[in-house]
Design a protein around this ligand. Structure first.
Ligand SMILES: Cc1ncc(COP(=O)(O)O)c(C=O)c1O
Length: 367
């Protein structure tokens, strides 16, 4: 069977959701489960979060929404990253709610919309400073001066913060002010906005003024925070473990793995792990990362291969094939977090979690 597994603590997910709920009170929670629930496995995670009190789910793509519907999940699902015209009929068939990021998208959805008696619910996205998806302020104000398509029902107005996790709060506060301004303009124009939302995890932790009617936590549900936040009691939900496949004693001067980028400087005990970049264990960790074995953090030596990684286990005289090696998670008193892996490979915890390959089995545990 598979020697490398990803373990997910369902209790940690529930705990983290409670931390969101504790902060936002009665505000509705859209649990962001895109990218296979940040690598945690979308269907079990979505079920757990909905049972624990999340009101809606957020995915990036139509295919992600389809996977949830095929698993029998009936909760409202928001497709966050836009929609192409050819996907509209499937979107409606699956009862998914699109985010429309432009006037063209609104007109397109309006043309394909449902009968006036049962208009298609949509969320509009406005760009308040991120310069990514979304109507500009001028486009939105222009839209307020035109007729709303009768085949669509505006359910939400959303935006996204570019720098909620930045040390300085100015950028996020300026975006919040622009968002409020657009909500006021909608109200003045008589366009009812049932649900306004802008807050991601960092905003939930730092800016109570960002809560509006819904919040969209992603990262914090999985137990991590980004940037300077007030102390948050979150529990990382994911551990990633493998087992040593082979132990090899080599002399000094021995090159290790492709290209021999590491050469032993003394007689060494190498341990070979059956995990590699095809599993999402980034090649950028080559000669930089660490792995927990026997409660000690030992270095990765040489290049990470597609399916194999070599570590220097010389500090562990009794190391054996079959011994557990923790890539992410705890072993005894030692721990490696997604933030550690991110620092070693010069990225962010989001990417570390999302890149864990679907080829690895996910095992769901209660504490
Ligand atoms: C539109 C949108 N909302 C919410 C989130 C969740 O963000 P976070 O994981 O920082 O909470 C994301 C994630 O990137 C997103 O793209």
């Amino acid at each position: 069977m598979n020697s490398t597994v990803v373990e997910i603590s369902l209790s940690a997910l529930r705990h983290n959701l409670r931390q969101v709920a504790g902060r936002v009170g009665t505000v509705s929670i859209i649990a962001v489960v895109k990218a296979n629930a940040y690598g945690h496995g979308v269907v079990p995670v979505a079920r757990t979060l909905l049972e624990a009190g999340a009101h809606q789910l957020g995915v990036a793509t139509l295919a992600e929404g389809q996977e949830l519907r095929q698993a029998g999940i009936t909760a409202p699902i928001l497709v966050l990253s836009g929609i192409f015209p050819e996907d509209m009929s499937l979107l409606q068939e699956l009862n998914l709610t699109p985010v429309l990021p432009s006037r063209d998208a609104l007109l397109m959805a309006g043309r394909r919309g449902t009968p006036r008696s049962a208009p298609l619910p949509v969320h509009l996205k406005v760009d308040t400073g991120m310069s990514r998806l979304g109507l500009t302020r001028e486009e939105f104000l222009d839209l307020l001066r035109s007729d709303w398509p009768p085949t669509l029902r505006l359910e939400g107005l959303m935006s996204h913060l570019a720098s909620a996790d930045a040390r300085e709060a100015e950028s996020a506060e300026a975006q919040l002010a622009r968002f409020r301004d657009l909500l006021d303009a909608a109200k003045a124009a008589g366009l009812a906005v049932p649900a306004a939302h802008i807050a991601n995890s960092a905003a939930i932790l730092r800016f109570p003024a960002s809560y509006f009617d819904c919040v969209r936590p992603g990262l914090m549900l999985y137990g991590y925070v980004n940037g300077p936040t007030a102390a948050a009691d979150l529990r990382p939900a994911l551990s990633w473990k493998t087992r040593i496949m082979q132990v090899k004693r080599v002399g000094a001067g021995q090159p290790v793995s492709y290209g021999g980028t590491f050469v032993t400087s003394r007689p060494s005990t190498l341990a070979i792990l059956p995990v590699g970049y095809a599993d999402g264990y980034s090649r950028a960790l080559s000669n930089r990362g660490r792995v927990l074995v026997g409660g000690r953090a030992v270095p990765i030596v040489g290049r990470i291969c597609m399916d194999l990684t070599v570590i220097d286990a010389s500090v562990l005289p009794d190391v054996r094939p079959g011994d557990e090696a923790v890539l992410l998670g705890r072993q005894g008193a030692a721990a490696i977090t997604a933030d550690d892996l991110a620092a070693w490979q010069d990225t962010i915890s989001y990417e570390v979690l999302c890149q864990i390959s679907p080829r690895l089995p996910r095992v769901y545990l209660e504490d």
